[in-house]
Design a protein around this ligand. Structure first.
Ligand SMILES: [Mn+2]
Length: 207
């Protein structure tokens, strides 16, 4: 299990993936409905970004339930993982969830998401891997994965809609320099919306 405010290096097959994240609750709340997770096994790194509907303790309960499910059931099969999570959250207010799997050997990054989370890759090429509409636990369409090959030194971001998409404009290259921990914190501080939970997970692929 990966602690939301620490940084870790998940190594595999001689290459490694640095991961850092920052989660900030809705102003005045102690607990967040946004959450992140990262797990690895062999050359596979699994990353998740979660935005439970609403905020405060009720949303936090859904986020914690999601984390517990993913900790037990994560796999490189993103669609199966999402289907299982949909069943797990059935009857709750639900959550927006983005799941990413990075193959550290090939650099292949796959992303599938339902709701307002997204994956942004910043590097020689900058692009976004999108989520589909829906709410995990309430209604989900058939999942369509996006896929790309990321280059060593590319920075990937997973973030919730508590962070403005303005971060995508690319006019602040210095924002993506430094460790993933620093990047995720600065993204959240500079682009976090005032009246929402906010979470950002950043990762860098190192050859
Ligand atoms: Mn939100």
């Amino acid at each position: 299990m990966y602690d939301a405010h620490s940084e870790t290096v998940l190594s595999s097959s001689g290459r490694s993936v640095q991961v850092g994240s920052y989660v900030r609750p809705f102003p005045g709340e102690l607990r967040s409905g946004d959450a992140v997770a990262a797990f690895s096994h062999g050359n596979v790194v699994f990353l998740a970004i979660i935005d439970a509907l609403g905020h405060g303790p009720r949303a936090n309960g859904i986020a914690v339930r999601t984390l517990k499910f993913l900790e037990r059931n994560w796999s490189s099969n993103i669609a199966a993982c999402m289907t299982g999570l949909h069943q797990e959250l059935w009857g709750t207010d639900g959550a927006a969830v983005g799941l990413a799997v990075l193959d550290a050997t090939s650099g292949q990054l796959r992303y599938g998401g339902i709701g307002n989370t997204m994956c942004l890759v910043v590097g020689r090429q900058t692009y976004k891997l999108r989520s589909q509409e829906g709410i995990v636990g309430v209604h989900v369409p058939t999942l369509r994965e996006s896929s790309s090959i990321i280059e060593p030194s590319d920075v990937g971001l997973l973030f919730t809609d508590g962070i403005s998409e303005e971060v995508y404009k690319g006019d602040q290259p210095s924002l993506f320099v430094g460790s993933p921990q620093i990047i995720s914190r600065n993204v959240t501080r500079l682009f976090g919306r005032k009246m929402d939970d906010a979470a950002c997970l950043a990762f860098r692929y190192i050859q």
